[in-house]
Structures are given as structure tokens and as C-alpha cells.
Design a protein around this ligand. Structure first.
Ligand SMILES: Cc1cc2nc3c(=O)[nH]c(=O)nc-3n(C[C@H](O)[C@H](O)[C@H](O)COP(=O)(O)OP(=O)(O)OC[C@H]3O[C@@H](n4cnc5c(N)ncnc54)[C@H](O)[C@@H]3O)c2cc1C
Ligand code: FES
Length: 333
């Protein structure tokens, strides 16, 4: 892709509008809330990072991502400091399950900091295309760090009452408490979307659990992986198969099968068998690697992307799934 435009949003965030070549426009069609994975090579080292689109597939001609600096972060700072209009950048096709698709009713969204990017896309798309009302709680350190603040205020003014935004600024009200989140969620019957820093997400999820919101109605997007120590401890506790496992994979017309290394994830096994299996974050957050187990079973070390209904239907995140049966058959759909 070529970077068509760079927009200065706040002191530590910029948006990048991308030019999609005509020949690739179908491949790059996306749903509101999805992300693109960027491949950035710096000093000979390749880094893969997912960035959610803040643009709306219904309203904007070109996709736009918005990147906030992470202190000490390799790619977010490089993009903010160096990526300029006219530059070329390698980007993989859209992916992700943080999308609207539930039973209808109100959309209730909680966004913290850069978590506003996919949420803005969802809010604008829902307001443009459907009749559903939207309520958004948007938390930030202070008013100046709130990306898209004036755009959201304008959207709410022009929405004929369909969009209500509550800005929560830590500098004025302290960090968000579960009580405030619970009050905000009260009596909502539709779909819930939560995206933000870990403590913010934990606070909102506790509040939604207390308010009795079923897990199946909550969509999460985690920008940061769980600490590796936790994932490993959980993995060690589970009953993965220690003997060699027979695995087979189908991706489109390609089929591969063979013996997997004990303890290897399905993604690692697929790669070892020569399959170019899809993946992005490789930390259980993005669902790019999701596939369905049609025979056998596996246990996920981390799952921040699939709902319990999807898991019950046999979907797994292959980057996190370790076989728990002597043979496993996997289909990428
Ligand atoms: C599905 C998905 C969508 C995402 N969408 C966006 C988006 O729209 N906009 C956006 O700005 N970012 C988004 N991210 C986060 C982004 O992919 C990078 O993780 C982030 O920019 C940091 O990368 P880095 O190379 O700068 O930092 P790294 O060099 O990878 O990390 C440096 C340090 O910062 C920590 N860290 C990593 N990410 C974060 C974070 N988000 N907040 C706080 N600390 C962190 C790491 O644990 C590490 O210690 C998304 C992540 C996922 C999984
Ligand atoms: S690659 Fe992101 S969840 Fe597996």
C-alpha cells in the first residue's frame, strides 16, 4: 500500500490513510471493527503489528488506521515519527471478530485510549447503516489525549439522539470504577463492545459480569497480549497430549497431514507441515488464525477473541490451541 495521507490527531497519535490498488480492492474489503496487520522492517528485523481501522467501510473510500505511541514501542513510534505520505508499507488483508452481528438492540461500547479506533468505525457504520441506537463511554487520561473527541461530539449532535457519548477523563474523575461502568451498562439489551488498556478492560468486564450481561453478547478486542508467564502457567496446568499427535489441516484446496511435536500449537504444526496458515498477533487476541476442529480436540492457552458459543462450535485460535487427543483434524474456513 501507499500511504495517501497522514493526519495529526493528538500529541501522541496519528492516522494513516492508505491507497488500496484497484486490483486488490475486493481483498481489502472489510467490516467495521476489523484490523490490518502491518509488516515493518527496521534494522533488518521484521515486526508484525495489527492496527484496527478507524475508518468506516460504508462511509470512507480508503481505509485509515490510527496509531498511538506506546512508550518504548518499536513500531508505534516509528509510524508516528517516520511514516509519511507517499511511503510504501506492507499490509495484510483485513481480519478480526470485533464486529457487529448480534441479536440487534442497542450498541453499548466502552473504549479506553487507542481502543477508540475500532469503536469509532463501528459507531459511524452503525449510525449510517441501521436504525440501532449507540451509547459510548470513552475514557482517557485527560481531554487533550482523547483521539477523535471533536468528531464524536459532532456525530452525537447530528445523530438525532441515536448516539450518546460519555467522556470519562481520569484527570477530572479519577480512573473508571466498576460502579460507573455498571451504571452505564444498566438495562441495555443489545451488543457490548469493549476495547482499551488491560486495567480498563478488566474493570468493564467485571462490571458487565456483575450486571448479568451474558458473555455471548460481549465483544472484546485486546491490544496487548496477556503476560507470557500467565499463559505458560496455564498451559502447564492443562492436559495436553505428551505423545506424538497426528494432525491434518485443510486450507482452501490444500491439505497437509503428519505427526506433530508434543506440546506444539496447531499453528506451529501447520507451519511445520509447510502450510502458510494465517496468523497475526500470535497471542490469542486477534482471531486471524481461527479454524474449526472437525475431529479430535484441543485446549487454548489464551483466548481473548472467540466467544464461548464459537468455542462450543469447534472454533479455536490455532496459535494458542494444543491438541488434547491423539489425532486432530483442522479446517481453515
Ligand atoms: C487486534 C489488535 C488491534 C490493534 N489496534 C491498534 C490500533 O488501532 N491502534 C493502536 O495504537 N494500537 C493497536 N494495537 C496495538 C499494536 O498492535 C501494537 O501492539 C502497539 O502499537 C505497540 O507496538 P510497538 O511495536 O510500538 O511496541 P512493542 O515494541 O511491541 O512493545 C513495547 C512495550 O510496550 C508494551 N505494549 C505493547 N502494546 C501496548 C499497548 N497497546 N499499550 C501499552 N503497552 C503496550 C509491550 O508489552 C512492551 O513491553 C492493536 C493490537 C491488536 C492485537
Ligand atoms: S494469530 Fe491472533 S489470535 Fe492467533
Amino acid at each position: 500500500m501507499v500511504v495517501a495521507e497522514v493526519i495529526h490527531e493528538t500529541a501522541d497519535a496519528k492516522s494513516f490513510v492508505l491507497d488500496v490498488p484497484d486490483a486488490l480492492s475486493e481483498d481489502f474489503s472489510y467490516r467495521a471493527g476489523q484490523f490490518l496487520t502491518f509488516r515493518v522492517e527496521l534494522d533488518g528485523v521484521a515486526h508484525l503489528r495489527p492496527y484496527s481501522m478507524s475508518s468506516s467501510p460504508l462511509l470512507d473510500q480508503r481505509p485509515r488506521v490510527t496509531v498511538k505511541r506506546v512508550p518504548g514501542g518499536v513500531v508505534s513510534n516509528w509510524m508516528n515519527d517516520a511514516l509519511a505520505p507517499g511511503d510504501e508499507i506492507a499490509v495484510s488483508v483485513p481480519a478480526g471478530t470485533f464486529v457487529v452481528g448480534g441479536p440487534g438492540g442497542e450498541i453499548v461500547a466502552f473504549a479506553g485510549g487507542s481502543g477508540i479506533t475500532p469503536v469509532l468505525s463501528i459507531v459511524r457504520t452503525v449510525l449510517a447503516g441501521r436504525d440501532r441506537p449507540v451509547r459510548l463511554l470513552y475514557a482517557n487520561r485527560d481531554p487533550s489525549s482523547a483521539i477523535f473527541r471533536s468528531e464524536l461530539e459532532e456525530l452525537a449532535r447530528g445523530s438525532a439522539g441515536r448516539l450518546a457519548v460519555t467522556f470519562h477523563d481520569d484527570s477530572e474523575r479519577g480512573i473508571l470504577t466498576p460502579e460507573t461502568a455498571r451504571e452505564f451498562a444498566a438495562a441495555a439489551t443489545g451488543e457490548f463492545f469493549v476495547c482499551g488498556p488491560e486495567p480498563f478492560m478488566d474493570c468493564v468486564l467485571d462490571a458487565l459480569a456483575d450486571a448479568g450481561v451474558p458473555e455471548a453478547r460481549i465483544r472484546l478486542e485486546r491490544f496487548t497480549p496477556a503476560p507470557p508467564a500467565e499463559a505458560e502457567a496455564e498451559a502447564d496446568a492443562g492436559p495436553s497430549v505428551r505423545a506424538p499427535v497426528q494432525v491434518s489441516f485443510r486450507l482452501g484446496h490444500r491439505r497437509v497431514s503428519g505427526e506433530a511435536r508434543p506440546g506444539a500449537t496447531l499453528l506451529q504444526s501447520a507451519r511445520a507441515l509447510g502450510l502458510r496458515a494465517p496468523a497475526s498477533c500470535e497471542s490469542g487476541s486477534c482471531a486471524t488464525c481461527m479454524a474449526r476442529i472437525v475431529e479430535g480436540s484441543a485446549r487454548m492457552r489464551e483466548n481473548e477473541a472467540l466467544t464461548s458459543d464459537e468455542v462450543a462450535e469447534g472454533w479455536v485460535l490455532t496459535c494458542q490451541a494444543v491438541p488434547t487427543s491423539p489425532s486432530v483434524r483442522v479446517v481453515y474456513e
